[in-house]
Design a protein around this ligand. Structure first.
Ligand code: AMP
Ligand code: ZN
Ligand code: FE
Ligand code: FE
Length: 271
């Protein structure tokens, strides 16, 4: 059986490792099929394809898209997308710029709270990645304005904290269309605890599958979502959601994998 992990992040979003480093690590964990699913970015793929060849790893294109459905943030995973797709790239460029503008608004709020941080500090750290709150948290930590990464969210960046700014609203429905137009398959990422009403809406909207295996899911949840997958004839995905350096990351990488039969089922839906 080929070990398959379809959820991980690189420095092109909020992961700690470059695509090459990540693939080296995946190889050392005996993963044979992987998908890099950076948040709102496919920029890792140029480098990643080269590295995957060197390590004889099958690399499935992917990304994790932040969407909204009735004011709930829902992450959708997309696999097998054409990374050259014009509409997809146009959307990602747009979203990247929106993330940058949002980061500027967050930094402004932090400054108003009296913190000595600039957007350049954040950009120095974020470099070419799709900029998000984790980059700002790391910058605050580097500037010694917080004592740890999580404190940055508790005090400033968390959903109910004073420097919170929401991302622009992208409907789940439009993201699903974007994914299928790019030739890909869509999955609800880590649905653990998701309102059943939202889950049903996504299934009705035509999502192709559900990420059943995820470190945040209990055994009960895994069974529950597998039941939903079977009931609605959906596809099943899973992975570690590895970022590098997060709680549990070292243990999870190489341990959260799905069977290659699941990949074969996905590939059948592509043709
Ligand atoms: P963004 O897409 O910029 O809104 O950032 C979302 C990311 O920030 C999530 O994927 C998490 O990695 C991280 N995050 C959000 N809330 C927290 C929190 N309370 N503690 C730690 N990390 C968080
Ligand atoms: Zn992430
Ligand atoms: Fe996510
Ligand atoms: Fe993720």
């Amino acid at each position: 059986m080929l070990k398959t992990d379809l959820h991980m992040h690189t420095t092109y979003s909020d992961g700690r490792y470059t695509p090459t480093e990540l693939i080296e690590l995946a190889h050392s964990k005996e993963l044979q099929v992987i998908s890099i699913t950076d948040h709102d970015s496919i920029n890792a793929y140029k480098e990643a394809f080269e590295a995957a060849k060197d390590y004889n790893i099958e690399l499935i294109t992917g990304l994790e898209i932040s969407t909204d459905i009735e004011d709930t943030e829902v992450h959708l995973l997309a696999y097998f997308v054409d990374t050259k797709g014009e509409e997809l790239n146009k959307y990602l460029d747009f979203f990247r710029e929106e993330r940058f503008q949002r980061a500027k608004r967050i930094v402004k709020k932090l400054q108003n709270l009296g913190l000595k941080i600039t957007i350049d500090d954040v950009m120095d750290l974020a470099k070419n990645s799709a900029i998000g709150r984790p980059h700002i948290a790391s910058t605050l930590l580097e500037l010694k304005l917080v004592s740890n990464f999580y404190q940055a969210f508790d005090l400033y960046l968390g959903n109910n904290a004073p420097a919170y700014e929401r991302k622009i609203h992208v409907s789940a429905q439009s993201a699903l269309k974007l994914i299928s137009d790019a030739g890909g398959l869509s999955f609800i990422a880590h649905p653990g605890g998701m309102d059943e009403y939202i889950l049903t809406k996504l299934i009705k909207a035509g999502v192709d599958g559900i990420e059943v295996l995820h470190p945040s899911h209990s055994r009960y949840q895994i069974k529950f979502y597998r039941g939903i997958v079977n009931q609605y004839c959906l596809l099943e995905s899973g992975g570690s959601d590895f970022h590098g350096g997060d709680k549990g990351d070292d243990v999870n990488f190489g341990k959260y994998y799905i069977s290659s039969a699941k990949i074969e089922a996905m590939k059948k839906m592509l043709v």
